[in-house]
Design a protein around this ligand. Structure first.
Ligand code: PLP
Length: 452
């Protein structure tokens, strides 16, 4: 819930419902990134930058006011595990930038994926997920959620109807990454969202690798997940995550979505659909905060929320450079005689290319580039060891350029066959292209390939 200290004070508050929607709808991303959300300046000091509210708790109004706060009938903050004004400012701005209605910031991307699913699925339920997932999400679904009694049915994202075939009465959500690596084939968001509508199943899309350049909510996704650790933070300094709710009609599907429709004994026996309607707010985000964040924690720290606001402010600008640099790198690798294959959406063909053209903002293919050296595994290792500018890091979305050899690092615990199935060939190298001058990036690649 994007809660506010004082509903009468328009400098720091807005009615809960429109948070993230109306105020800047007609403005461009660059402008929303700097001005989105109801925060304008700090009313006590006039500070223009959002202050870091480094506090655990908040002075409650009188006992009547406190009753209302605890019952979620009045806006306000109680305890930073559940909400905080710096976090609130970040959530509002992110929701607005995403074209969503409300957001919840969390302590990591892993927490965001877990919350996104646990908000809908309980023991005995299942979700259907694209198989091409970040390894941490795969482990969460295949092992940890399985141990909670939630089954994940993994399907091939190349065939949207596979989601329908895997669906039964206990399917509560569809899940996918918009731009999964290593294959970098864009997920068919609209096609699977459409299938979801047949059954009342919301589609959750992890858009970590493609913020702003792929717009899942515009294509029918119900919820967007981020590891804000990557491009949103943008500088490799802070771990965080977020979920953003769009306009999916959660209220229309009582049998399909029991967590939102059944009475919750911890909130006066009302359902989350009813609770949200009573305060003109969004049921999915409201429950995620009031139930999961309350019970599981995984709160984002105020300092990290501040860092993510800083990141959002330059995100559109940074992404333009990330994407432009990545395309220069991909073009360079494509022509290099020692490179056998370049994995980059621009060079795809058939359905994968058609999807890239449909879902990416024109001319933006993201900043991840994969390639294979003709010398295979050993050449991949020598290449990594020869890099001077690139960092050898298991991360993406830093301002600095990063490289990794998945077969011997991130995917080393998979069998050779499983590695191949996920698209990791022995010589595959993944690059996350940063903001350095492209000539310097190319020079480092040139010398490292020569040494490989
Ligand atoms: N989703 C994707 C696509 C990721 O790449 C990652 C991390 O690499 C995560 C989720 C998990 O995010 P975090 O590391 O912030 O928990």
């Amino acid at each position: 819930m994007n809660v506010h200290l004082d509903p009468e004070d328009t400098t720091k508050s807005a009615p809960p419902a429109p948070a993230g929607t109306a105020r800047f709808k007609s403005l461009h991303s660059e402008t929303i990134a700097l001005h989105g959300g109801s925060y304008r300046f700090d009313p006590t000091s006039g500070a223009v930058a959002v202050p870091i509210y480094q506090t655990t708790s908040y002075q409650l109004p009188g006992t009547d006011g406190a009753d209302k706060l605890f019952a979620l009938e009045a806006p306000g903050h109680l305890y930073t595990r559940v909400s905080n004004p710096t976090q609130d400012a970040f959530e509002q701005r992110l929701a607005e930038l995403e074209g969503g209605a409300a957001a919840l910031a969390l302590g990591s991307g892993q927490a965001a994926s877990a919350f996104a699913v646990l908000n809908l699925a309980r023991a005995g339920d299942n979700i259907v997920s694209a198989a091409g997932l970040y390894g941490g999400t795969w482990a969460l679904f295949a092992a940890t959620l399985k141990n909670f009694g939630i089954e994940t049915r993994f399907v091939d994202a190349g065939d949207p109807e596979a989601f329908a075939r895997a669906t039964d009465d206990r399917t509560r959500a569809y899940y996918a990454e918009s731009l999964p690596n290593p294959k970098l084939e864009v997920f068919p968001i609209a096609e699977v969202a459409e299938i979801g509508k047949r059954y009342g199943i919301p589609l959750i899309v992890d858009n970590t690798a493609a913020p702003l350049i792929i717009r899942p909510l515009e294509h029918g996704a119900a919820v967007v997940v981020y590891s804000t650790t990557k491009y949103i933070g943008g500088h490799g300094t802070s771990i965080g995550g977020a979920i953003v709710e769009g306009s999916f009609p959660f209220g229309d599907y009582p049998a399909r979505l029991p967590t939102l429709h059944e009475p919750d004994p911890s909130y006066q026996g009302k359902s989350w659909i009813e609770k949200a309607a009573a305060i003109d707010f969004l049921p999915y985000i409201l429950r995620a905060r009031a139930v999961l964040l309350r019970d599981i924690g995984a709160a984002v720290s105020p300092l990290n929320a501040f860092q993510f606001i800083q990141g959002l402010e330059t995100l559109p600008l940074r992404l333009r450079q990330h994407n432009a640099n990545a395309e220069i790198v991909a073009d360079f690798l494509k022509k290099h005689p020692k490179v056998s294959n370049v994995i980059f959406p621009k060079f795809q063909s058939g359905t994968a290319k058609a999807r890239a053209d449909k879902y990416f903002k024109p001319g933006n293919y993201g900043a991840l580039v994969g390639f294979e050296l003709k010398g295979g595994r050993e050449a991949g290792r020598r290449f990594i060891d020869a890099l001077e500018l690139f960092y050898h890091v298991a991360n993406i979305g830093d301002a600095r350029s990063l490289a990794i050899h998945p077969s011997t690092t991130t995917h080393s615990q998979l069998s050779a066959a499983d590695q191949l199935a996920t698209g990791v060939t022995p010589g595959y190298v993944r690059l996350s292209i940063g903001l350095e001058h492209p000539d310097d990036i190319l020079a480092d690649l040139q010398q490292a390939i020569a040494a490989a």
